[in-house]
Design a protein around this ligand. Structure first.
Ligand SMILES: Cc1cc2nc3c(=O)[nH]c(=O)nc-3n(C[C@H](O)[C@H](O)[C@H](O)COP(=O)(O)OP(=O)(O)OC[C@H]3O[C@@H](n4cnc5c(N)ncnc54)[C@H](O)[C@@H]3O)c2cc1C
Length: 345
């Protein structure tokens, strides 16, 4: 059986790892990188570029039988996948290429986004040199970056612009207030109810006409689904935002041999590493069941616990309406990083 996996992030790398020892499965993992990266800790790389080494693990380290192809994708069809180097056919396909974090500003000079460790390294020197830093968006990523800046620098002016009336607004109110108090006490200015809509030469403008001068902007506002490599598929497999529509078994709508896991699928739940891992576990089970002609298992969208760090030792853990704050979630965030990476080593 030929299995091709597109993207070696939380979903794809876990599927490859779980099936790597199976002699009857010929696995090809395609990724533009050669390593798995623990994204929940990449904000730490801004202050410590060497930390990148701790949170990345080469695919070759944990995949012994699978073929690893380092390439961007050009095209995916129901029969084959085309990379920059070759065409690869498959019996089963897993699409798990994640989402993009685009910057919606024309002038992107000194404006960064934090999607990967490499980008964190690129922005590191600029952020460390900057006196005024603007964080655009106070969701999970923006709040974590603000926590790093607030606890690791003293001489910088940090401003967050957030369109909602509280930070991390999809989480319990208690968690939002804790983050706001922590950051404001550490000197971060938070502007609620506004969006940054324009930028020119270090001057950022909000939709309410406010002008904010900053040496560096960190864009943490919005995600984009971009399965550009699937142009040959019918419109019915895409949502209006371009996420890939799946049935309850995580199969691409209308294609029983194509599974879609992780951020790129249309499951209505928070886009998190844990959820991507849950998709991976289910896809592995359903691949087995498909092969044996057994009924498939349905995925139940989850609302699992979420850990948000505010610097090295303070954090917030949210679960449904519950919010636990302080040192315990701070330590737990380290533990989870250690625990997840340990399984790849
Ligand atoms: C800064 C940051 C902080 C986060 N913090 C947390 C957190 O604390 N907790 C949490 O649970 N989640 C967190 N997340 C979200 C989490 O990282 C994602 O939900 C998770 O990575 C999704 O897994 P995935 O497998 O769908 O995609 P990804 O892990 O993004 O993997 C996609 C893979 O596909 C590859 N790829 C993409 N496009 C192509 C292409 N065209 N050709 C070839 N290869 C391609 C990429 O190189 C990548 O390796 C964070 C994300 C970011 C960016």
């Amino acid at each position: 059986m030929k299995l091709v996996i597109l993207g070696g992030g939380f979903c794809g790398a876990l599927i490859a790892r779980k099936l790597d020892k199976r002699k009857e499965i010929e696995i090809t993992l395609i990724d533009k990188k050669t390593y798995f990266e623990y994204t929940p800790s990449i904000h730490k790389v801004i202050f410590d570029p060497c930390y990148l080494q701790k949170i990345t693990i080469p695919f070759s380290y944990f995949l012994k039988r699978s073929r690893i192809v380092k390439s961007s994708l050009l095209q995916v069809t129901p029969e084959f996948v085309e990379t920059e180097k070759e065409k690869i056919d498959f019996d089963y396909l897993v699409i798990s290429t994640g989402i993009e974090y685009p910057i919606f500003l024309e002038d992107k000079k000194n404006v960064f986004t934090l999607k990967s460790g490499i980008e964190a390294v690129k922005m590191s020197a600029k952020v460390l040199d900057a006196e005024r830093i603007l964080i655009i968006g106070g969701g999970l990523i923006g709040t974590e970056i603000a926590g790093e800046l607030a606890t690791k620098t003293e001489d910088k002016r940090v401003i967050i612009v957030h369109p909602h009336d509280r930070l991390i607004e999809r989480n319990p109110v208690k968690a939002s207030h804790y983050a706001q108090n922590f950051l404001e006490k550490s000197g971060v200015q938070i502007i609620f109810g506004e969006k940054v809509v324009d930028h020119k030469d270090g001057v950022f403008i909000t939709n309410k006409g406010r002008i904010i001068e900053a040496d560096v902007g960190i864009w943490c506002a919005g995600i984009r689904w971009n399965p550009f490599f699937m142009k040959g598929f019918p419109k019915s497999v895409f949502t209006d935002k371009n996420a890939l529509k799946v049935n309850k078994y995580l199969q691409l709508k209308g294609y029983s041999n194509i599974f879609v896991g992780g951020d790129i699928n249309s499951i209505p739940e928070e886009k998190t590493a844990q959820n991507a891992e849950q998709h991976a576990h289910l896809i592995v089970k359903n691949l087995e069941r498909l092969k044996k002609n057994r009924p498939l298992i349905a995925y139940k969208p989850r609302n699992g616990p979420l850990l948000i760090s505010l610097g090295d030792w303070t954090g917030i853990m949210t679960f449904r309406r519950l919010g636990i704050t302080g040192l315990f979630p701070g330590i737990l965030k380290w533990f989870v990083e250690w625990w997840v990476l340990r399984q790849y080593k």
